[in-house]
Write a protein that binds this ligand. Structure first.
Ligand SMILES: [Zn+2]
Length: 98
């Protein structure tokens, strides 16, 4: 799965008055476009989650995202599934040389 290009599904939304674009609010989940469920396995329709194909997962991370002002909570399971920044260190390649 192309997790790096994950978008966002959220419980709520708000519209930025500057550009008129809607952004996620409340609890946010990772979502891959054309899927009917979030990365952590919630059904979008059953959980009444809104889709934000124009907002990337990175943009809603409170510590670094551009559109995280109204984000209350980031789903921990989605975060784990998509690789929080902290976890990405584990990917660093170690090159054991003699
Ligand atoms: Zn989730």
């Amino acid at each position: 799965m192309a997790l790096r290009s994950a978008a966002v599904a959220a419980a709520d939304q708000w519209t930025d008055p500057d550009d008129g674009v809607r952004y996620p609010a409340g609890e946010v989940h990772g979502w891959v476009q054309r899927h009917n469920e979030t990365v952590c396995g919630l059904s979008l329709s059953r959980s009444h989650l809104l889709r934000f194909p124009h907002v990337s997962w990175a943009d809603v991370q409170p510590e670094s995202g551009r559109h995280a002002e109204e984000v209350v909570e980031v789903c921990r399971r989605c975060r784990a599934g998509l690789g929080a920044r902290r976890d990405e260190r584990g990917w660093t390649r170690t090159n054991p040389r003699p």
